[in-house]
Write a protein that binds this ligand. Structure first.
Ligand code: PLZ
Length: 444
């Protein structure tokens, strides 16, 4: 166990990380990036310790994965037990209980009390691909509608579904067909102002799908209830519910991509609940596996069961060790009431960020829910000019001082806060003080 405190003993990165970075450059594809070139030796809870002995506060959670904290004791215990029993059979060859139990948990925890079924995969992108396969099969239609600023993965189909060219799509085409993009109800940047955003974005959505795609050609509408990589954009109130209802009226499958928002992160088990929406299909990943690779599609039994037997699958999907980890993670979320914890700490985070926003005009907006919040940084608060340079400088200052933060956003000007939900209030507070000093240094 790593003590839950920030401690810097060398520069960040230190000499041992620098030496490993040299080996990395000589052996690892340059196509894979790194937010901060330190090398982790050990981690628990909300602290990462690197090979030089520096201990950083983790405001990234491996991109919203380690919500239960790094090496959560219940995850570790279940993984240990499973790995000694057996490591793999392939669920499509011979079955095992942990897979079934994860599906039972998903069916129970996801929004709606209708009859549900689940299927397990390895990554968020794979879950999204399978949700699209299921929706197409069940409806007999081809088209899929996705949104500006959306992120759904890096495989060929999910690159097509993802909005942003750099770094995700540039040079990697041609992309999968029958994907259509419509505006997102992004209140901060809606041309006629946030009050009109929900109604006008919905009207634009309906008109574009009708005119450019055709309702009867549309298999699915795919939406993140809070957009993640695109900038932690909380859709204008009522927008998601209107879209979901319209899908229902038109026999279109409404898919909520909750890979990043799911499993307590936003102060509910799933972010769709904040929008009073019951998705037809819901994709999950990241936090469900407590740090091991697992993802899922959960949804209406009649959709999930429409596909012919053998039509879905994969060698590793729902690997027994990943399932054991997920059962440990879900147990921690339930027993430690991480829904409530995300809400409570989310309140602490919001009030600190709001105070900073009133002091520093570079913060154009504070937004998000629970422990999925962010600041959008602008060089001119009137014109709302995105400021990716100040975002990068703030990030570097946080990193230098032992706080791991991430950026996001179509314009690279959003700094996001994604600590493990088990972080202590003291450590959260200390991390925010590091961020505050970075603001004073960079934008003061
Ligand atoms: N859907 C909503 O957030 C993954 C991507 C990081 P995978 N987001 C982090 C990067 O640069 O690759 C994500 C997501 C939403 C799908 C995915 C894809 O999940 O597990 O990365 O495939």
């Amino acid at each position: 166990m790593v003590a839950q405190r920030r401690e810097l003993v060398t520069a960040v990165p230190g000499p041992r990380s620098a030496a490993l970075q040299e080996r990395r450059v000589r052996s690892v594809s340059a196509g894979i990036g790194a937010v901060l070139p330190i090398y982790i030796d050990e981690a628990s809870g909300a602290i990462l310790r690197d090979v030089d002995g520096n201990q950083l506060i983790d405001f990234a959670s491996g991109i919203a994965v380690t919500s239960v904290g790094n090496s959560d004791p219940r995850v570790v215990a279940r993984v240990r037990e499973q790995v000694e029993k057996f490591t793999h059979t392939c669920f499509m060859v011979t079955s095992y209980e942990p897979y079934v139990e994860v599906c039972e948990q998903l069916n129970e925890l996801t929004p709606g009390d209708h009859e549900k079924r689940s299927a397990l995969f390895n990554s968020g992108a794979e879950a999204v691909e399978n949700a699209v396969k299921i929706a197409r099969y069940a409806t007999g239609r081809d088209a899929v509608v996705a949104f500006d600023h959306g992120y759904h993965g890096r495989t060929n189909l999910t690159m097509a579904l993802t909005a942003k060219a750099m770094p995700y799509k540039s040079g990697f085409g041609p992309f999968a067909g029958e994907i259509y993009r419509v505006p997102m109800a992004y209140p901060y940047r809606w041309p006629t102002g946030p009050e009109r955003c929900s109604a006008e974005a919905f009207a634009a959505f309906v008109e574009m799908v009708h005119a450019q795609v055709g309702e009867l050609n549309t298999a699915a509408v795919l939406l993140e209830p809070i957009q993640g990589e695109g900038g932690f954009i909380v859709p204008a109130p009522g927008f998601v519910a209107r879209v979901a209802e319209w899908c229902h009226q038109n026999g279109i499958v409404f898919i909520a991509d909750e890979v990043q928002t799911g499993f307590c992160r936003t102060g509910d088990w799933f972010a769709s609940t904040h929008e009073n929406v019951v998705p037809d299909l819901i994709t999950t990943g990241k936090a469900i596996g407590g740090g091991l690779p697992l993802a899922a599609v959960t949804g209406r039994a009649e959709l999930m069961n429409a596909v012919h037997t053998g039509g879905l699958g994969g060698t590793y999907g729902g690997n027994p060790i990943a399932c054991a980890a997920a059962l440990g993670a879900i147990e921690t979320m339930r027993e430690d009431n991480l829904v409530e914890r995300a809400r409570q700490l989310g309140g602490v985070l919001r009030s600190r960020l709001d105070t900073l926003a009133s002091k520093y005009p570079v913060i154009g907006e504070v937004r998000g829910r629970g422990l999925m919040q962010a600041v959008e940084l602008v060089s001119d608060s009137g014109a709302k000019t995105p400021d990716p340079a100040v975002t990068a400088a703030l990030t570097a200052a946080c990193h230098r001082n032992g706080l791991l933060t991430l950026t996001c956003g179509t314009f690279g000007n959003v700094l996001r806060f994604l600590p493990p939900l088990v972080i202590s209030e003291e450590l959260l507070d200390e991390g925010l003080s590091v961020f505050e000093s970075a603001l004073a240094e960079v934008a003061g």
